[in-house]
Ligand binder design. Structure first.
Ligand SMILES: [Zn+2]
Ligand SMILES: [Zn+2]
Length: 165
């Protein structure tokens, strides 16, 4: 760009400017420029980036729910047998479930995938535990380990699917 060359905003052709979007290179005026951690960008580039960040399809939520419920169903009897050792099963089941979902949905990201997986896992566990609870409420102490297991599994899932990637 030559010194003193006058640019006009790509979105407002009548507005002279000296700024350029640092991603697509288009001249942009102060009204169009969005300040990002990596510099000024046009709104289109910022919007495009956000769309890529959350690119999960509706099908992905269905897959995530099915995988999570299955994982909850499979792990519930194991957790019941483990009692105290359930504190190790929580993070393990959480990370395995999150990894399985992540691969099955083609590594796409969804804003609420973590929530669907967490609820699915809890539903899988509840299917096993609720009839037990109705049969004998005195078994409540046993649900302590279930609660700890579920809390650890869900915090692992949130860390994995929401923040890590
Ligand atoms: Zn741009
Ligand atoms: Zn503009």
């Amino acid at each position: 760009m030559a010194e003193g060359e006058t640019l006009f905003c790509a979105f407002h052709p009548g507005t002279p400017t000296t700024l350029r979007c640092n991603r697509c290179g288009r001249p942009i005026c102060v009204r169009c420029a969005v300040q990002t951690p990596v510099g000024y960008r046009c709104r289109e580039c910022v919007a495009g980036q956000q769309a890529i960040f959350f690119n999960a399809r509706w099908m992905d939520y269905g897959i995530a729910a099915v995988v999570a419920v299955l994982s909850g169903l499979i792990s519930a009897p194991i957790v019941a047998a483990l009692s105290f050792w359930a504190i190790f099963a929580g993070p393990l089941v959480g990370s395995l479930t999150a990894e399985a979902v992540h691969r099955l949905i083609g590594r796409r990201r969804g804003r609420w995938i973590w929530l669907v997986v967490s609820v699915g896992l809890a539903v899988g566990l509840a299917v096993w535990r609720l009839p037990l609870l109705r049969a004998s409420p005195l078994l409540l102490t046993r649900f302590l380990w279930d609660g700890i297991y579920l809390a650890l599994a869900i915090s692992t899932i949130i860390g994995y699917l929401r923040f890590w990637r």
